[in-house]
Design a protein around this ligand. Sequence first.
Ligand SMILES: [Zn+2]
Length: 215
Amino acid sequence: MVYTILARLTGTNRLLTLGHTIASVIIAAALVSRTAAPAAAAGASPSRVRSTDATILELLREGGERSATFRALVDAIDHSSGIVYVEFGYCAFGHLHGCMLPFIASTHGNRYLRVTVMPDQRGKNRDQLLAVIGHELRHALEVFEHPDVVDVATMEAMYQTIGTPLTGGLKGYETSAARAAGDAVLSDLLRQRRPSRDVRRIAAVGGIRSSVRGQ
Ligand SMILES: [Zn+2]
């Protein structure tokens, strides 16, 4: 889902929130640029689907290996003008498994988004977590496919057109495309069982694009 409760803030608060997010994105970019250095040195372009968290980087790599749908989502984002960070966190005070936050920052022709997925504290298994990530990546692609979406207001306007408002007191939107993407990723994963291997292997991968493209 797309969590837009912050888009309801007053203009002043919205600016403050957006400013904070831009700062966070810059910090995150700096962190990732360091961790992505080995991949860059090896000649591989860093993926546009990024994280500062080693566990999520491993999940992204596994998703690309086991799910053609997940791989296609990452590939489409890699060919867009957008960059999305996937990080652990909480949406709607823990009432949702994942969300794309209503922040968008533009710099040097790139648009930055942030997806948050909840750590596995409710018994979700790894495949379900990957499906949540795939669902949210589809939302990111929805934004990147619309070049007119450059700020919170234009993002909300787009989702008023393509999405369905959430119910149950939650502020935000859902789309059938994101639901279908999450379902397709889960279906792929159920057919392609996880191989047993050392999850710490991610430390030697140095970036997800090289592994995704290595298929
Ligand atoms: Zn959604």
